[in-house]
Design a protein around this ligand. Sequence first.
Ligand code: GLC
Length: 539
Amino acid sequence: MEWWKQTSIYQIYPWSFQDSNGDGIGDLQGILGRLDQIQDLGVETIWFSPFYQSPGQDFGYDISDYTSIDPRFGTMETCDRLINEIHKRKMKVVLDMVMNHTSDKHPWFLESKSSKESSKRDFYIWRKGKNKKPNNWISMVGTPGWNYDKSTDEFYYSNFLSFQPDLNYRNPKVKKEMFGVLDFWLKKGVDGFRLDIFNSIYKDESFKDNPFSFRFFPTPDNHDEAFFQKKQYNLNLPESFQFAKEVRKHISKYKQKPFLVGEVSGSDSVLKSFLGEKADGLNLVFQFELIHFEYKSKFFIDLLEKNEREFPAPFTPTYVLGNHDQRRYIDRLGGDLRKAKVLSAFQFLARGIPVVYYGDEIGRQEGRISNFLGKDPIAKMNRFVPLFLSNLLGIYINRDNCRLPMLWDDSNEAGFTTGKSWLPVGKFKISDTVSGQKKKENSLWNHYRSLFHLRKGNSVIKEGNLETKSSSHSDVLCFERKLKEKVVVVYLNFGEENGKESIPKGSKLLYQFGGAEVKGGDLQLVGHSGAVFEFGLRK
Ligand code: GLC
């Protein structure tokens, strides 16, 4: 089975992971210094949010040069070393690739904007407006997608923020340039790309108005209908599905067998279109259902069954609990570490790829920075919306709050920097840090470490198929993974009440947590505990 179908992904947000030069911003040298610890945790693939040259208005998701490193983070030489050192530790590297748009400071855009006759004019999407916007398209963040440029008296299109103009993939020169960028990094040996808002790559050629929808708020897994619009003409176009196949084909020739994981959103049928009918599109797509979990066994059973039905092998589901755009899951659990253990065990033991956001392994808490004081451009745009109101409505506005620095130890700024951190570290105890949790056997960090290593060393968990099973208590989720003659069975108790399960004869206990215990052939599951067994099938 291909390596990327079995891996686990750990996301590093470079701004906040580890600073090495005291400027309060994380950097590549800092990450280098933490690689041994990441390896020890058991991580298999590291995905880096962007560290390319960027004005930083969207913290790196506004790129002004795709093949150079932003000086905030270091140099190309350090980057080469980082890739090399990761590989030496038998881990893989995935880079974030923002193909949809550049920064408005990118030389292509500056040139494009300079005149209607510019050789780069058609690198972006320009339209005449006659004092009004070319059509009604709304961006993914709810702002009008068209931006007026006075000097050439035309509008350019941006499906995110106005300083992130969308590239025009109907121009073959744009494709060629971007494939060149992919080649540049693939030749350096990177193992894959996370494709930023890939669902937005193509816009409809007709430029027709989007139809009306009753829906206002988007959710992490559905942007198709939002802000009273059905995004029929500016999201999820058939050309984007086709382009997924083209990019896959392009990267497939590299010997490291790289993969693509798309940040796309939409119904399962949309996700499947990105993956391709013959599994020949994006290798993986992020599936965000876990982001708005309901902490009830029923939710997880339904999710597993749905994924097995909709994404059976050769497709590989992904289980994403958080990222740099979403409220941290620990916050949604009210900080309950017992529940965090159950949830993360689910994520690692299901058939698919667990995607872990840095800090989730220590239960890193959310910040409480108001929208008014946010550095995040989305927060700035909504600065007058009080935090309690956005929380109440369930809309995540100030993404600074999930991007706070990693908590390493109890030295200055939790060991993140010797200077002053770019975002406040906030209050914490030693038991909230990596160093504090390493020393405590039943800490969340040690639980994650066990899960990473358990998966890594067990081919049934990595490759086996999945079937949900009935259990003795409705709060207990039970499922089996099977590969050839071996079965792994998982019990997770999502309730407060005790559960009791009879374990299959001849089972070997692989892992237990939260107070689960085997007593005489039974498994006693106290509230929020779990256990994993393995047994062989007799012929
Ligand atoms: C993606 C990124 C987000 C960024 C946006 C625009 O959703 O995850 O952080 O702001 O795209 O590039």
